[in-house]
Design a binder for this molecule. Sequence first.
Ligand code: TXE
Length: 474
Amino acid sequence: MISLKNFINGELVAPLEGNYIDNYNPSTGQVYGKVPDSTDRDLQKAIEAAKSAFPEWSQMSIDKRSRYLMKIADLIEANIGRLAEAESLDNGKPVSLARRVDIPRAAANFRFFAAAIVNDSTESHIMEGQAVNYTRRAPLGIVGCISPWNLPLYLLTWKIAPALATGNCVIAKPSEITPYTAFLLSELIIEAGLPAGVLNILHGRGAVIGQSIVQHEEVKAISFTGGTETGRLIGKLAAEQFKKASLELGGKNPVIVFDDCDFEEAITTSVKSAFTNQGEICLCGSRIFVQNSIFEKFKESFVKQVNDLTVGDPKGDVNLGPLVSDRHLQKVEQFVENGRSEGAEILIGGKRLDQEGYYYLPTVIAGLDEYCEINQEEVFGPVVTLVPFEDEADAIAKANSTKYGLAAVIWTNDLKRAHRVAHQVQAGIIWVNCWMLRDLRTPFGGMKSSGVGREGGNDALRFFTEPQNICIKL
Ligand code: TXE
């Protein structure tokens, strides 16, 4: 049994009330570990530690702060294998995917923001003959970083790294469903010699310790990634205290396939964009709109490729592992059942794997319009729908028909059309003829109910600092 600890003031400590939550292995459905069920008492300790660490950390030279982050990146890279196995054990994703994507990206996050802060600059505005204004960007103080279970270390570090780089002290709360890599990160942070109290990691339930972090008056900003309803609540609670909040929420991303696209590439990439990480990525393309003229051909080729995907033990050579939890499996299953009663044609999948663990087969659905539940709500699993469209205007209307607006993919070789459509699709991130190509300097985040705020390079540096204008009379 693996028993995790909180990371407070540079030390790994048990929760003060002594309570734990069970941690399940999704590939067996068995409990494999215990997660601290932290309370306000633990939070108070973390706040005190962060408060006393802040003066030194915030005034440290940027170069020195950057070196700490670089060191953490190096240690993550040196432990890729161990971290990838831990991430798979918690989340169910194939170990190979965690090794290739999640863990290297966590290291890249630290490295990116270590470099970004060294290269950052602030503005000055000159009033000729009268005055010079310059902008100072001050860290906020103590900030809260709350992350979800789908890309556990990758998303946690995407928040922690810019917060630390800009001189803040952090109280982080990973998802209680996938806490193991955050715990291993705290061990690496000790090895990196980060000053005590600069980063504190509290484990536990969202509605308990997560909400306490959001509401604590010493916490000046919240960076959150998770479900839209949780984000709505956090946004409200933060607003009551005039706290900054960056909310990265759900998506129901359209993939628009025009008949002039590179057909094979569109198929192969659309299979990836639908089923990578069991479809549990906010950027997954879960609604595929295909132009009428190629709909039948696309359907046939797509299903054929999905049929080749392997599902099974995430330690093996598989494309998909189990879903993250029993609760999530039931939720995905319910969406498909509701779809069936709305007249869905299940082209492939549509059921669990008949074995222990939370496995669900990659599922392709046709025969439903854009307004049915499964095309409106975030399923967040290995379920994709195929819907035909007539022309450009029809594709855009269908793509924009949900409350979400995170990402979209457009497949076409017509340059003008690509721009035209991209400018009309309501999504914060648009990929043309590709998916998931990420440049960490670019704005990252969604429109509509997919959230507020952007977490790309400069946006993150701005979020975690407060501008102060200093005007000097000449
Ligand atoms: O996420 P929650 P859940 C979507 C996806 C999924 C749904 C619900 O559709 O099915 O959200 O997932 C913490 N105050 N996404 O319920 O609850 C929680 O402990 C403060 C999309 O697992 O939003 C965890 O650390 N914190 C998504 C984090 O919030 C609270 C990724 C996310 O959990 C809290 C994951 C509270 N009141 C799910 N309640 C994406 N955008 O990538 C919970 N938390």
